[in-house]
Design a protein around this ligand. Structure first.
Ligand code: UD1
Length: 388
């Protein structure tokens, strides 16, 4: 038998939406190392780096524990700062980690600052001569998504990360089309499916057992709300009308609102927090754990959000989702799924919510390859590539 070949794979996670994606990758690595222990001559040594972009127990640690992700091997502990400072700080701290560890593959997920900062470092690093590689193969999971709105920090992150990546794993057809238009060569593009849906499938049964609804004292039907996009929450002019609109919606359906720290901080700054807290029809909570939030999503009559990932989770679960943005980088959720992209006009939001709640919603289907196997496909492709 050939000697066992070790592949050193380093994954980066920094902010909340990264963790459910990393969970699928970590699980697929575990399955590969276990399942193939007799038949395969490759083993993956998985190193997890947490940048510390998100650091609160509820924004970070609880996800590692709930989703069974191994503890990070390294934590860069960068914390919150402006975009430039946060990105620069991650880059400074990550360079020495990369030089010391010299992984064969660097895997980044999604579109947060940590994703792009680490990709930038890896693309210009020079390993010492003892290593056959000059730098790691850079793998971007959830590549090719485009909102075509460069005012979104995530759009800049997506464009830069994709431009520098060697293997680009796609969740939906639009990702392939976008990358081809940007002249990315076809052999770099892999249609893998959606790692976030892998994790959802894996944990849905457990999430259904969560007692969060009785803990909150909420009965069905209810609406679930999340808001955190800077364009919606960073100014009084955008946040105040949205919160007023939610209060009006709450008059005919109670709302559960796990509030993001950015939104809470801004609502307090604009003197809007008290009226939210005092509304008996709005159940304001701290950010929730994965199981609790998935339980609420799955049981809600409607979700109102400006998140990216929640548009996909609701599509998979066939829960109507009203997205308070003027664009989406995930068009399959509108074309095939249960997502309604409606912007931030309060009258339009209220009319759409009312139409859906009175049974005038659309039918939705699950997009291709959102089948729970994306992580395994990604790991198989990486092994094939590294073995070359
Ligand atoms: C980041 C991502 C965004 C993602 C979101 C999910 C970027 C550019 N943005 O935005 O794409 O959708 O995460 O949450 O990477 N804070 C805490 N505790 C924490 C983390 C943050 O209190 O653990 C507060 C701080 O006041 C911080 C603010 O939230 O300044 C914003 O955090 P930051 O990481 O800058 O951006 P997000 O809005 O979370």
């Amino acid at each position: 038998m050939n000697p066992v070949k070790q592949i050193k794979l380093m994954s980066i996670a920094g902010a909340r939406p990264n963790f459910m994606k990393l969970a699928s990758i970590a699980r697929a690595v575990g399955l590969h190392n276990q399942k193939n222990s007799l038949s395969s001559n490759t083993k993956i040594n998985h190193i997890i780096v947490h940048t510390g972009q998100h650091y609160d127990q509820k924004m970070s640690e609880s996800f590692f524990a709930d989703l069974g992700i191994p503890e990070p091997d390294i934590n860069l502990e960068v914390g919150s700062a402006s975009h430039a400072v946060q990105t620069a700080e991650i880059m400074k701290r990550f360079e020495s980690v990369l030089l010391e560890q010299q992984p064969d593959v660097l895997l980044v997920v999604g579109d947060v600052n940590s994703t792009t900062a680490c990709t930038l470092v890896a693309s210009k690093i020079e390993y010492n001569q003892k290593n056959d590689r000059k730098r790691p193969i850079i793998v971007h999971v959830e590549a090719g998504l485009r909102s075509f709105d460069r005012d979104m920090p995530e759009e800049i992150n997506r464009i830069v990360t994709d431009a520098l990546s060697d293997m680009l794993f796609i969740t939906e057809q639009s990702g392939i089309d976008n990358l081809k238009k940007e002249n990315v060569s076809e052999e770099k593009i892999y249609f893998s499916g959606n790692v976030m849906i892998d994790t959802l499938q894996q944990h849905l049964a457990r999430a259904k057992e969560s007692k969060i609804q009785s803990i909150l004292g909420i009965a069905q039907p209810f609406a679930l709300v999340t808001l955190h996009r800077p364009s919606n929450v960073d100014s009084n002019a955008s946040l105040a009308p949205l919160l007023k609109c939610l209060a009006e919606i709450a008059e005919y359906i109670p709302i559960v609102f796990p509030i993001h720290p950015r939104t809470r901080n801004n609502a307090a700054k604009f003197n809007l927090l008290k009226q939210l807290e005092n509304n008996p029809r709005i159940f304001l909570t701290e950010p929730l754990g994965y199981f609790e939030f998935l339980n609420l999503t799955n049981s809600s009559a409607i979700v109102i959000t400006d998140s990216g990932g929640i548009q996909e989770e609701t599509t998979y679960l066939s829960i109507p989702c009203v997205t308070l943005r003027k664009n989406t980088e995930r068009p399959v959720t509108v074309d095939l799924g249960s997502n309604y992209l409606i912007g931030t006009n309060p009258e339009k939001i209220k009319a759409t919510v009312r139409a859906i709640l009175t049974g005038k919603g659309k039918k939705s289907t699950i997009p291709p390859l959102w089948d729970g196997k994306a992580g395994e496909r990604i790991i198989a492709s990486i092994i094939r590539q590294v073995a070359i």
